[in-house]
Design a protein around this ligand. Structure first.
Ligand code: ARG
Length: 738
């Protein structure tokens, strides 16, 4: 009897393990104590020391933060880095012109000397070590008033960073975990000599474009390659032709053995932001107010740009990168709102809160918590669009973005005026100080004129910008309550009669673009050759920006920061309470751009009743989607040729097909892009590049049924380099496990 019972529990444990998708973005330094046994049971073959070690090389050393927003992995002894195409996109597009169009045609450096130096600075950052600083922080935060907490935290961070990095070339950052219940310090080594090694053509690297983005089944070859350089001591150094390829402490061997459903898979990366302990009120705010507004606002920008991009190649190249990044989160927020509703996240959060409040009913520390949350959200709700509109509406037109420089300029002029008016200073002192500010003004102006060269603003983009500006005025008029408008906007809107809003806003737009110095790069450059305050203050684009900024700063900023501080404090208390209520649950902290590991298995799913999605896609599917000449689904002629000849080399599956992408049930989010997917031995089997539509609610709630990670199969990557790119030397540089 006893034995049967034991077997039964074992079977239950196994099935529940198999059925469960793998939630959790774990800190590597804690795996040993928290997850290691579970990982081993699922198929990990490495020791905890091989995952994370301070004294020996370990996987953490090969998985790096890529350019402050993505993840990359070292895959050779000579600093070769693999990341997503969409992570290298900016650098690739920056280097592209109609005459040297590596974005459209692809590029592979034939040797190290031919690698391309990015136009804008790039960085990769390695985690040297992670310190738990919770006790040090909490001891000093104890008794600090909530309103002083943020400042105190920054002060403590500064001291701890100083101590941790003194006398080294390392940097450090501190991260708040569990909304302030724990703190960790990350010592980092940052490299800045990064060069482009290669990229497939964008109709491979971005195959499927916005239509396929955030969706499975997927057929995108989303990868690009860079190399890190270091000085002769293998230490970070700024760009120098004499620098040497960086020799990593560890690099990932590449496995071409292939994968099957149920195989162990783990991902190490730098997930950016999740909010898994969000309250139900926060969910409602996202679905009902914030997300749909972001979508509608971004829609205006995307439509206006697209109209111009399809007509002119140079314009398309100029706007490609910005278009892709705005479109990416335009679709994200659309999907998030839809799936939060579909996956009943509000209801799930409410149910959890109910359980909590029952548990808390006799505990003084927690019993009013949910009531307090409700109060905080109710007070904030009428202003919930203010900060979103500053970011996504007011400052969306390029003309307004350019005019922002006026803020610094005006501040310098007013400093000058206050020195001149200062009666306590001698004439000579004043003259000296004023001369200094004049110097600063001319330095700022020079820098701005230089920066202008990189601003995408030709006649076509200006035409689009006018549409964007007028469209934004209308959105503001429609969606922001009139008692929250700045005075000038009240006057402008006062001219609207009998629904002629388009006419009124159209006229105003024409006036702004006719009169502002920020309405073209030439005019702006000319103004900054001889800047003057009077002209700046009467500039209609700058006046527009300033009116909105002043309105925000005087009337709404404190409401926003207060809401943020209060909801953070209540969130901190809620998580603390949850931890007391569920002492056996393993908690993981929200993503915050620190290094994490997620583990699980290769896994298919059912998106809806009676529909099954396989875990792997092949080149057959690429060809099924192919549309000659299409913006998103075209392919290079050579690729079609290779497909016809079934020229898949050693990368084909047993059935002769070429693998392209696969699914795992790992827990990732934005920032994980480019992360290595590794097998149980720590060998590279793919790279993560997206999430799936059915689980777009994933930043707020991990849905066990739907949440998947979309990965490029490493065999597709190798095939594209070798067969399409003709760059076998790059493949030869890697350590293949066959
Ligand atoms: N959805 C992907 C991510 O956030 C980015 C894909 C970029 N591609 C695009 N078509 N915008 O990681």
């Amino acid at each position: 009897m006893k034995r049967i019972y034991a077997l039964l529990t074992l079977a239950l444990m196994l099935t529940s393990n198999l059925a469960k998708a793998d939630e959790g973005m774990w800190l590597l330094s804690l795996l040993d104590k928290m997850n290691y046994k579970d990982m081993e049971a699922k198929g990990l073959r490495l020791t905890p020391e091989q995952l994370y070690s301070v004294n020996h090389s370990s996987l953490k050393d090969a998985c790096i933060w890529f350019n402050g927003g993505c993840t990359g992995e070292l895959i050779s002894s000579e600093g070769l880095i693999l990341t997503n195409h969409h992570c290298g996109y900016d650098a690739i597009a920056d280097l592209s012109t109609p005459a040297d169009n590596i974005l459209d045609n692809g590029f592979w450096a034939k040797d190290k000397a031919s690698e391309r130096v990015p136009k804008n600075p790039m960085s990769i950052t390695r985690v040297v070590r992670v310190d738990d600083i919770t006790d040090k922080m909490l001891e000093k935060l104890n008794g600090v008033a909530e309103k002083d907490r943020a400042a105190k935290i920054q002060e403590l961070y500064k001291e701890l960073i100083k101590t941790a990095t003194e006398g080294t070339h390392f940097e450090a950052t501190c991260r708040e975990m569990f909304k302030g219940n724990a703190y960790y310090l990350f010592v980092m080594e940052k490299f800045t000599d990064i060069r482009l090694v290669g990229t497939p053509p964008q109709n491979v690297g971005k195959f499927g474009g916005e239509t396929d983005n955030w969706m499975w089944p997927r057929h995108t070859g989303d990868f690009s390659m860079f190399r890190v350089y270091a000085n002769t001591e293998n230490k970070p150094a700024k760009y120098d032709a004499q620098n040497k390829p960086y020799k990593p402490l560890h690099y990932l061997p590449v496995s071409t053995k292939g994968i099957k459903e149920g195989d162990f898979a783990m991902i190490i990366g730098f997930p950016g932001r999740t909010n898994r302990y969000e309250f139900s009120q926060g969910v409602a705010l996202a679905t009902d107010i914030v997300d749909p507004n972001i979508v509608n606002l971004r829609d205006i920008r995307l439509k206006a740009w697209k109209e111009q991009m399809v007509q002119d190649e140079a314009t398309r190249l100029l706007l490609s990168s910005d278009y892709a990044s705005i479109a990416n989160y335009w679709k994200f927020f659309d999907g998030e709102a839809e799936q939060l509703k579909h996956n009943k996240v509000f209801e799930k959060k409410s149910a959890e809160e109910k359980t909590f409040s029952q548990w808390a009913s006799n505990k003084d520390e927690y019993k009013s918590l949910l009531y307090d949350i409700d109060q905080v959200y109710t007070l904030y709700k009428p202003y919930a669009l203010q900060s979103t509109y500053m970011r996504e509406c007011i400052t969306a037109p390029t003309i307004i973005q350019m005019s922002m420089i006026g803020m610094s300029l005006e501040a310098m002029y007013s400093k000058k005026a206050s020195i001149a008016a200062d009666k306590t200073k001698s004439k000579e002192d004043k003259a000296k100080e004023i001369a200094k500010i004049d110097e600063a003004i001319s330095a700022l102006s020079k820098e701005f004129i230089e920066d202008l060269k990189n601003v995408a603003y030709n006649d076509r983009i200006i035409a689009a910008d006018k549409k964007i500006f007028a469209g934004m005025l209308k959105m503001y008029y429609k969606n922001i309550p009139s008692d929250q408008w700045p005075t000038f906007f009240k006057e402008l809107a006062g001219k609207i009669k009998n629904g002629n809003a388009d006419e009124v806003f159209g006229k105003y737009t024409e006036m702004v673009f006719a009169k502002s110095v920020f309405a073209s790069k030439e005019k702006a450059a000319k103004f900054f050759e001889k800047p003057n305050l009077k002209k700046l203050l009467s500039d209609p684009a700058y006046a527009y920006l300033k009116a909105h900024f002043d309105n925000y700063n005087t009337n709404f900023k404190s409401k926003v920061t207060e809401f943020q501080a209060q909801s953070l404090a209540l969130g901190r208390k809620y998580i603390k309470g949850l931890m007391e209520m569920q002492p056996n649950r393993m908690f993981y902290p929200d993503a915050n751009s620190s290094q994490r590991l997620t583990y699980g298995t290769v896994k298919s799913y059912n998106p809806k009743d009676a529909v099954h999605y396989d875990y792997i896609t092949t080149m057959d599917g690429v060809m099924e989607k192919y549309i000659a000449g299409d913006y998103e689904f075209d392919l290079p002629a050579k690729m079609i040729e290779l497909y016809k000849n079934k020229d898949f080399g050693k990368y084909a599956l047993a059935n002769g097909k070429l693998p392209v992408a696969f699914l795992t049930d790992n827990d990732i989010t934005g920032g994980n892009s480019g992360s290595p997917v590794m097998d149980g031995n720590g060998n590279l089997i793919g790279l993560a590049f997206d999430g799936n539509w059915e689980a777009m609610s994933g930043n707020i709630h991990f849905d066990e049924k739907y949440k998947r990670t979309i990965n490029v199969d490493i065999r597709y990557v190798l095939w594209l380099i070798e067969k399409l790119g003709g760059a076998s030397h790059i493949v030869n540089e890697m350590t293949l496990v066959e």
